[in-house]
Design a protein around this ligand. Structure first.
Ligand SMILES: [Zn+2]
Length: 181
């Protein structure tokens, strides 16, 4: 029998795949780091399951999250995205995706990579949960949010950033007896 986090029980395969292979695992690729940040932003006000179910459509609509391309999206492209039923059609979030791609590249220019910037908050270490408590934000996510906002990122708050830190493995919140911990 496979021991997984309790909350994953009854979830569809793509969600289990996310739990087993992504959640809590250190990510160091800048494109993937950008992708999860944007998907977490689209998550705001909606279920994560919905966002995960639309991953492939998001990848194709947003040029596989090539931030260099996204940084140059114009009004015509925004309109096309707003017409795309495969993704979450929210003008504010789509506009923030473009703004955040530009901010992302500024951070890369300043720190060498977004990876270097985002992992500097924990000196490259993953914070592993020590007891089974449910948390939606932390001092760390407050601190990272503040830094992201200072660098021009839009449409993000501490809860979104906490969820992001879990996705990219800076925070590992798997249950104590989950074998994917
Ligand atoms: Zn788990």
């Amino acid at each position: 029998m496979i021991n997984r986090c309790q909350w994953i029980e009854g979830k569809p395969d793509y969600y289990v795949d996310y739990h087993d292979n992504i959640w809590g695992k250190p990510e160091h690729d800048d494109t993937a780091l950008f992708r999860w940040l944007i998907l977490e932003m689209f998550h705001i006000g909606l279920s994560w399951q919905l966002v995960l179910s639309k991953q492939e459509q998001f990848d194709s609509a947003f040029d596989n999250f090539d931030y260099r391309k996204i940084a140059t999206y114009d009004e015509q492209k925004i309109e096309a995205l707003l017409d795309d039923k495969g993704i979450i059609r929210h003008r504010g979030k789509i506009q923030a995706t473009i703004t955040n791609a530009q901010a992302f590249m500024k951070i890369q220019a300043q720190y060498g990579s977004f990876d270097a910037f985002i992992w500097s908050f924990t000196a490259g270490k993953t914070i592993i949960k020590q007891q089974d408590i449910h948390q939606t934000k932390s001092e760390l996510s407050d601190c990272v949010t503040k830094a992201l906002k200072k660098n021009g990122f839009k449409f993000i708050g501490s809860v979104t950033v906490y969820s992001y830190l879990q996705a990219i493995g800076i925070v590992n919140d798997h249950d104590i007896n989950c074998q994917f911990r």
